[in-house]
Structure formats: structure tokens, C-alpha cells
Design a binder for this molecule. Sequence first.
Ligand SMILES: [Zn+2]
Ligand SMILES: [Zn+2]
Length: 248
Amino acid sequence: MFFHEKTYDIDELMRHNMHIHTTFSGCAKPEMKAADIVRTADECGLEIIALTDHNYPRKKNGVASQRLELLRQLEKIDHRVRVYVGAELSAYGIGKFADDIECDNSLDFRLYTTNHYHQDYWEHPEVITPRAYAEHMLGIMNSVIDSGRADCFAHPFMAGYIHAFPDPHDVTRSFTDNEIGDIMEKANRAEIAWELNTPAVLGDPEFFHRYFQIGKEVGVVFNIGTDAHVLDRIDPKQFASRYKEILY
Ligand SMILES: [Zn+2]
Ligand SMILES: [Zn+2]
């Protein structure tokens, strides 16, 4: 269970990177070893990082034993940065979770994704329209909040993994301000934070400007997550000026 302080200052938020993949994620580069990740984080002066590897239904509860292995590796390395060993967990349908709740609760940081629609095990809405995807995502997010399993949402609302439409941003355009505000309020009561995910923010500036402004109004906690799969992406500060242009 982890919940940052509430701030809307991008420079302050960028002291942390709460979304980093290690070699336990098939999609991460072989250079993403725990020792090199913490060394890089120390070099860029980060205060807190989270290791967030993917979980998979076919490797049920695997992230719990991976955490122990990562902790063993970290013990051997001198480092200043505070490291949370969590996971990017999958809610692949409404009320559908890949792992047992005991596994989730053993993690230092439970970053929940609700929109990995490119994965073959992900559920899709019954009708294939942008609005149906938006409602499906809201349904999944609601079930994650109700489950009490999450500390933060990974790239929430993002439509980049929906390949059914010429412009996936038709999905994010179809969320109303009220829907975004209501689910943010509900998550706030459950102490769930909202990610400012680098590929998501940079890939859909129009939506994430709206998301940041509504979140500020509601008073949510934002986390920065660069979704690093290479060492070069561990320092969020390289994206600070782009974030400010888009969000402020
Ligand atoms: Zn993801
Ligand atoms: Zn990720």
C-alpha cells in the first residue's frame, strides 16, 4: 500500500518514477536488471522508484515470487533510492483479475492496468464502438476500486492498445468530464492514485490535459510513471517540458 503526497507541480512529481519494468517482463530490454535500474535511478537523483513487471493469467501469482527474487538482488546493492517492488497487474475484464488477492497484497505497490486490449486474454465490449470501449474501461475501473486491490491506475483511459478504429482517440474523446470526475472521486475515497504515464500523456495530449485539469479539481493523487523498458527512460525529468506544455 503506497500513496504519494498530493501535488500538481510536475518537477516535484518527477522525483519519483512509479512504473519501471525489469527483465521479468518479456517486453523489457535485457539491460533492465535490478542493479542497473537502481544505479541509473541514483545517478538521476530519483527519490522513489517502483518496479512494476507484468503479471499473466498463465503465470498465476508469479509476481509474488518474482518480488522475493528482486528483493534478494537489491539487498546486495548499495543504493540511495527507495525501491517499491510491485507489479503492473491486469484487470482484463469487469471483476476479472489474473492473481489471487493474497498475491496482490504481498506487493509493495499495486499498479492496475485496465486497458491492455492487445493481449489475447483481454475481454472486449460486446459492440465494437468507441463509446462501448469507454464504458467497458469504466466498468473495469469501477470493479478494481471495489476490489480494494489497487494503489494506482496504470495509463488509465488510454486507448492506444485498441486497434479497432482508425483513430483510437475517439475512445478517449467519448469519456465525459463528469464520468472522469466521478470515478476520480470514487478512487480518491479508496486512496487510489492516477498515473501520468509518459507514452499515454505524450500520445494523447488533448485527453491528458483534460484528465490533469479534472484531477486537480477533484484533488486526486498523481504518480509519474515513464513505463521504462530501457535504462534511458528511467529519468522522468527528460520529459518535464513536454508534460508542462501538455498538462498545464
Ligand atoms: Zn501497461
Ligand atoms: Zn508498463
